[in-house]
Design a protein around this ligand. Structure first.
Ligand SMILES: Cc1ncc(COP(=O)(O)O)c(C=O)c1O
Length: 375
């Protein structure tokens, strides 16, 4: 029986052709294809008043986003504890400390009432993350940030392609980031993007992603480089390479297929799992959502048994995630009441979701869950 992984990218001859084109030209580092991909992303998120910079990973985007937000040593950044390690490490990398906040039981996104209670004079920014296939309350987030003069880093690693109140994710936040890592809805093999509102911020990001070299993108986007330049900012080797950008463009060109196939699977899962009393499914109709992951919640006492049952049927499952405050590195970080996070951390389970699942794969997952002895 074929193994069904949790993730599998939709790759075809378009991506292979894209790689060949870049390899034939031979300008492998940052260049023309990165500039093109940035323009395509800007059009895709339907914005004219934002600036897009592609970087090497989502983690790099978070790190640079926090730096341009002015986060540094001694500051605190409030983040859901139920988030990716990349977010916590990016905060630490600036010299600031994460402050762990709880999530809402329904959306699994940051609980803003609890976040407000954690704000102190040291709080510089909030990281908010759209979890899997549910979006945060971004209007309330903006109001809270304005009230306390905080910057907002919107981690949209899971919500690329979705719409919030009709607006594309990436088009309305203070600072927004995407990840295009190997398992994401749209992959560049590895990559990320940062979307900011001001020219000053984007210029700084252009330099910081190139170990601080003040190489003008205008020159680099012609597959050329300047040999003399100034260095004005701290920098990292965080730029995106042409090969990755070209794969991203090929993926973007078939994004409708990627998005609709994932929506189809998630809607079907939600419908089918209604009859399973002990399974809690995501609270969304998926209509404006391009889902990255499909998660369910099951009682903590049966989770390992269910995983084992599916493993025997050659179906993989994932855990996104163990909460941040459970890790040794973060045990001394400030935190609020994390009761929902602690519960969810033991109940959450990701099921296979790809952009190319055939009917047999989908049915096997559904039957796998239905054939489990729920007790
Ligand atoms: C919510 C979230 N933020 C950030 C990241 C980091 O992105 P990357 O893997 O591209 O560094 C991930 C990666 O899985 C993620 O899920």
């Amino acid at each position: 029986m074929e193994f069904i992984p949790v993730f599998r990218p939709l790759l075809g001859c378009e991506e292979k052709e894209a790689c060949n084109q870049v390899l034939d030209i031979g300008w492998l580092g940052m260049g023309k294809n990165v500039g093109e991909f940035e323009n395509e992303l800007q059009n895709f998120i339907e914005t004219k008043d934002r600036f897009v910079a592609c970087v090497s990973t989502g983690h790099a985007a978070l790190h640079l986003g926090l730096i341009v937000a002015g986060v540094g040593p001694g500051d605190e950044v409030i983040t859901p504890s139920f988030n990716n390690i990349a977010d916590f490490q990016a905060i630490l990398a600036t010299g600031a400390s994460p402050v762990f906040c709880d999530i809402e039981n329904d959306t699994l996104c940051i609980d803003l009432d609890k976040a407000e209670k954690l704000i102190t004079p040291r709080t510089k920014a909030l990281i908010v993350m759209d979890y899997d296939c549910v979006l945060c309350d971004h209007d309330r987030i903006r109001d809270l940030a304005e009230k306390y003069n905080l910057r907002v880093i919107h981690d949209a690693a899971h919500s690329f392609g979705s719409r919030y109140k009709g607006k594309r994710i990436g088009s309305f936040s203070d600072i927004c980031m995407f990840s295009f890592d190997p398992v994401k809805t749209l992959t560049c093999i590895d990559g990320g993007a940062l979307i900011v509102r001001s020219e000053e911020e984007i210029e700084k990001i252009y330099e910081m992603r190139l170990v601080g070299m003040g190489q003008p993108p205008k020159i680099m986007y012609q597959n050329q480089r300047a040999w003399t330049y100034d260095v004005r900012h701290i920098g990292y080797r965080y730029h995106m390479a042409n090969l990755h950008a070209k794969i991203g463009s090929a993926q973007l060109a078939k994004f409708n297929e990627i998005s609709s196939s994932r929506q189809f699977v998630c809607k079907y899962y939600n419908e089918q799992f209604k009859e399973l009393e002990k399974v809690v499914t995501p609270k969304t109709d998926f209509n404006d959502i391009t889902p990255f992951l499909y998660y369910i919640r099951v009682p903590a006492s049966v989770r390992e048994g269910l995983r084992e049952h599916l493993r025997e049927l050659n179906i993989d499952t994932g855990i996104h995630w163990q909460p941040g405050h459970w890790f040794s590195l973060f045990k001394n970080c400030r935190k609020g009441d994390l009761s929902v996070t602690d519960t969810i951390g033991n109940e959450i389970l990701s099921l296979p979701l790809h952009s190319c699942m055939n009917d047999e794969h989908i049915e096997r997952v559904v039957k796998g869950l239905k054939s489990f002895n729920w007790g």
